[in-house]
Design a protein around this ligand. Structure first.
Ligand code: FES
Length: 139
């Protein structure tokens, strides 16, 4: 288990969280290389299917990151994201996944440190949980 390196998909909204991830990179703030960032225009664009498909393809953890409440550029996109992620966390045990594998965070463009911290915390938490039970994917 020591050599287990969790794979994390991070869906980041273009206007805040992606900017934070970008700033972390340009500011040389270290965050784990386990994280693959996918830019979406808004966290509200992250459909439940994106999350389930990522787990199905073997992601150990998923981060959905968007603008802070009342900061969404599309007004209520982050509220929709919150609703969807809560629903997903409720059904995850039914497909054998611990809800801790899915994390939702509000990260402003000016918070590269928070982005890096959340990524580090997720890696540590996923190492405690171990590899996804869907390892190798499902059909
Ligand atoms: Fe960032 Fe909607 S634009 S969460």
């Amino acid at each position: 288990m020591d050599d287990y390196d969790p794979k994390i998909i991070a869906f980041c909204c273009n206007w805040c969280s992606y900017a934070a991830a970008d700033l972390a990179g340009t500011s040389r703030i270290q965050y784990p290389s386990n994280v693959r960032v996918i830019r979406v225009m808004c966290s509200g664009r992250v459909d439940s299917i994106f999350v389930l498909e990522s787990f199905k393809k073997g992601a150990d953890g998923i981060l959905v990151a968007g603008c802070h409440p009342r900061g969404c550029y599309y007004l209520t996109g982050n509220e929709k994201a919150e609703y969807r992620m809560e629903f997903l966390r409720e059904i995850m045990p039914q497909i054998g996944l611990n809800p801790r594998r899915l994390r939702l965070e509000w990260i402003a463009g000016s918070e590269p440190d928070k982005f890096a911290r959340v990524c580090r915390e997720m890696v540590e938490d996923l190492k405690r949980l171990g590899p996804t039970p869907l390892k190798g994917g499902i059909e």
